[in-house]
Design a protein around this ligand. Structure first.
Ligand SMILES: Nc1ncnc2c1ncn2[C@@H]1O[C@H](COP(=O)(O)OP(=O)(O)OP(=O)(O)O)[C@@H](O)[C@H]1O
Ligand SMILES: [Mg+2]
Length: 254
């Protein structure tokens, strides 16, 4: 297994509180890797460190063997790591498709699109970005909703929109923070299929999720955080049987 992402001895302190305590893990290329743990375990904090929103107090993060600790979120995105947000972040006043297009900014000024933008003005690049964003909305199961306003969407569709936006930046690693929150059983199946399709396109997925049935059915590998520390790591079969995990997490929930 080749590791795409290395988290190496990462701690993050908020005042006197240690939200992450010497956490280390590897995310294998092409894997669906789940990060689970009770509320407040530090999962979103780890996502914030990996996506550049937070600097670790101690430790480092490396992507494809390169240490990028301290790199700003827009640079991390350009490097190939995209995310959604547990608390959905959409821009009101922009349509659904325009909200997705925001994600293309990591790519729009590069390569052929960037050249076109310089040559013809931004209209061609914008048109291409709009088409790509629509295609991405189709991909996440939101065909026909491009021209709505974000607040006309259900929370489930708002979460799907964020996935479409993250994909538009053409990442290699996609971070999904509780994408299943609020989903009914049918929507959960659709999400599961979507995550598998994303992986099939060659992406690596790091998934934070409380929904255990979803996690156990799609994850290749699971890392378990509890109170800031990694307490277990392994395949779903191994994690389900781990006594420390059962007492810290699974037993408490199901
Ligand atoms: N910016 C911050 N300032 C102070 N404390 C923070 C900050 N961000 C997170 N924390 C604290 O760090 C701990 C870990 O929070 P985090 O959001 O990473 O947990 P989580 O595992 O994502 O939980 P949940 O499952 O509820 O989303 C919590 O106690 C939280 O209150
Ligand atoms: Mg969280």
């Amino acid at each position: 297994m080749t590791a795409l992402l290395h988290v190496d001895g990462v701690s993050r302190r908020f005042g006197g509180y240690l939200a992450l305590n010497n956490a280390s893990c590897e995310i294998g290329e092409g894997d669906i890797h789940a990060l689970i743990g009770p509320n407040g375990a530090g999962k979103t904090t780890l996502f914030n460190v990996v996506s550049g929103l937070l600097r670790p107090t101690v430790g480092k993060v490396s992507f494809k063997g390169r240490d990028y600790t301290g790199l700003k979120p827009d640079r991390v995105l350009t490097m190939g790591i995209a995310r959604n947000f547990q608390q959905v972040r959409l821009v009101r006043g922009l349509s659904v498709v325009e909200n997705v297009m925001i994600g293309a900014h990591a790519r729009i000024n590069r390569g052929i699109l960037g050249n076109a933008a310089e040559f013809f003005g931004f209209s061609i690049a914008e048109k291409a970005a709009r088409e790509k964003a629509r295609a991405m909305l189709d991909f996440v199961g939101m065909a026909g909703k491009s021209d709505l306003q974000p607040d006309e969407l259900t929370l489930v569709d708002q979460r799907r929109l964020e996935i479409a936006r993250a994909l538009t930046s053409e990442p290699q690693l996609l971070l999904l923070d509780e994408p299943a929150a609020g989903m009914n059983p049918t929507e959960l199946l659709e999400l599961s299929a979507l995550i598998k399709r994303i992986r099939k396109q060659g992406l690596t997925v790091l998934l934070v999720e409380h929904h255990m049935r979803l996690v156990m059915s799609i994850a290749d590998f699971i890392t378990v955080l509890s109170a800031g520390s990694i307490i277990a790591a392994g395949t779903p079969a191994v994690i389900q049987r781990d006594p420390a995990v059962i007492s810290a997490y699974l037993g408490a929930r199901e």
